[in-house]
Design a protein around this ligand. Structure first.
Ligand SMILES: [Zn+2]
Length: 336
């Protein structure tokens, strides 16, 4: 009993919001010295709400979580929010979101703080995944860590000397838009040959579908029965694990592209660890093995000597944990 009281006294509560292109997820997170616990989790589909009604929905749910926590005698210190786009971290201004329309230059911090009456901080989602993994997850104990989210887009979060590195205009870490081919296909960012243009999940599927249509041999042909647009990453994963050569080669190719990009990142920053997360990264060793091999071949040997390249520990939860952690690691922004 005594011990429980002591633990409660040391616990710190914040709210984490993972604002994704598909779902908005939020929860109250209780932090102790070495651990955390997610409480009161809820989520809603992003596309069901326009900008204003989504902000309204956030306000309602945050106030509810805050009230529940206060009822139990715990003060909530603030709300951290991760968004899939570029943010002015100091002002809490969302410049734009890659896959959510209607979010250009939105003062989200201001809009929420006036209603929820506790501090709100907003950051890029890949930065927050990196924060979560470096404090409690796969990169725990490392001061220099690169996190890459591989999904529809390829995002990057940099932890350098134990802190998030955001760059002059909060645009650092755009690993998906590093070019691997000067004359390659045009990317949404306006560049050419960006990594995302080859290994964003849509492009992996596009490439595989094209090859199947052209007559490539694979067990996937029977499974799809001519409906090639039904192909998913999960099916490519499964087939590759059944030693389907076609699917294995698709992952090897994706790993080669990612490895080429990461070799450049390693030569630039000489990190201790690289953590891969996001839907594409669910391919696990199918992707990790070729990535490790290519990085070793292409980056400076000295940089690869103790370098670790591994999968995310928290997977889908990294966003909420990182967002909730942001409040605890940014005291200066809260005037404390
Ligand atoms: Zn690009």
């Amino acid at each position: 009993m005594q011990e429980d009281k002591h633990k409660a006294a040391n616990a710190r509560y914040t709210i984490g919001v993972d604002f994704g292109g598909t779902y908005v997820k939020l929860a109250l997170v209780r932090f102790s010295e070495k651990n955390f616990k997610i409480e009161g989790y809820s989520s809603f589909p992003t596309k069901n709400y326009n900008r204003d009604s989504l902000i309204e929905q956030l306000v309602i749910r945050i106030i509810k979580l805050k009230a529940e926590s206060t009822y139990k005698g715990n003060r909530v210190r603030g709300v951290g929010i991760g968004v899939p786009g570029r943010v002015d971290f100091n002002q809490g201004l969302v410049f734009d979101l890659t896959n959510v329309p209607g979010w250009k230059n939105v003062h989200l911090k201001e809009a929420l703080e006036s209603k929820v009456k506790i501090p709100v901080l907003i950051d890029n989602d890949a930065n927050l995944m990196a924060l979560a993994e470096s404090r409690f997850g796969a990169a725990k104990g490392y001061k220099n860590c690169i996190c890459v989210t591989m999904g529809t887009g390829i995002g990057g979060g940099l932890i350098l000397n134990g802190k998030i590195y955001r760059g002059m205009n909060f645009a650092a870490g755009e690993i998906g838009h590093m070019s691997i081919s000067e004359d390659g296909p045009v990317c949404v960012c306006g560049g050419r040959g960006c990594a995302e243009r080859y290994i964003g999940n849509r492009y992996i599927l596009e490439q595989a579908t094209r090859k199947l249509r052209a007559g490539a041999r694979s067990i996937l042909r029977e499974q799809l029965q001519g409906k090639y647009s039904n192909l998913t990453l999960e099916m490519l994963n499964k087939a590759a694990r059944m030693k389907d050569m076609f699917s294995l080669l698709i992952w090897q190719e994706a790993g080669k592209h990612m490895g080429t990009v990461l070799a450049n990142v390693v030569n630039l920053l000489n990190p201790e660890i690289i953590v891969l997360g996001g839907g594409v990264a669910n391919a696990g060793s199918l992707l990790l093995d070729p990535i490790r091999r290519v990085v070793k071949e292409r980056a400076f040997q000295v940089s690869c000597r103790n370098l670790k390249i591994i999968s995310s520990k928290f997977r889908g939860k990294a966003g909420i944990i990182g967002a909730a952690l942001l409040i605890l690691t940014s005291k200066e922004k809260l005037g404390k």
